[in-house]
Design a protein around this ligand. Structure first.
Ligand SMILES: [Zn+2]
Length: 163
């Protein structure tokens, strides 16, 4: 067997480089994860256009939105995400002051949801090449920062209830 024959065995006739099955499965899982996050962010932003916020909650076409925060309903304590829906609904209408009023981190979380859309589209378009490692690290850092900020914000709120 000469070198050319060995190369032909390593690279299938389709011309695609050989990839172990596990790598292909990981890429498919990553693509599904990107598509799921993309769908959630797009649906959330679309929903924010449809729902109208007020001090008591949300309404859809004049009807009260029935889903409230379980923690707030049962214990009267706001969770770390309470007010985010109303904040998003205000922000999609360009009302930054109301967005801040309903949740002080609302604009930051809203910006993250908006930026997720081009990021996930870029990741899906990159396909098997994968998204640039620097972008992936930056993205992970921003997500971690926003999550940490939400947690700290909630801790400050809980601390205010105790003290
Ligand atoms: Zn809540």
């Amino acid at each position: 067997m000469d070198l050319t024959e060995m190369q032909e065995m390593a690279v299938p006739r389709s011309g695609r480089a050989f990839a172990p099955p596990a790598e292909g499965a990981a890429q498919r899982h990553a693509a599904v994860a990107h598509a799921v996050v993309l769908s959630i962010c797009a649906a959330t932003l679309a929903g924010a256009f449809l729902l109208r916020p007020d001090e008591d909650g949300l309404s859809l076409l004049g009807y009260r939105w029935p889903f409230d925060c379980w923690l707030h309903e049962t214990l009267g304590i706001r969770c770390g995400l309470c007010g985010l829906s109303r904040s998003f609904c205000s922000l999609v209408r360009g009302d930054i002051a109301a967005g801040l009023h309903f949740h002080r981190l609302g604009p930051a979380v809203f910006a993250l949801f908006c930026l997720e859309i081009p990021y996930r589209l870029g990741a899906l378009a990159a396909g098997s090449r994968g998204i640039d490692a620097r972008w992936a690290r930056l993205h992970l850092g921003v997500v971690a920062l926003v999550c940490a900020a939400i947690l700290v914000n909630w801790m400050v709120y809980l601390g205010g209830l105790i003290l």
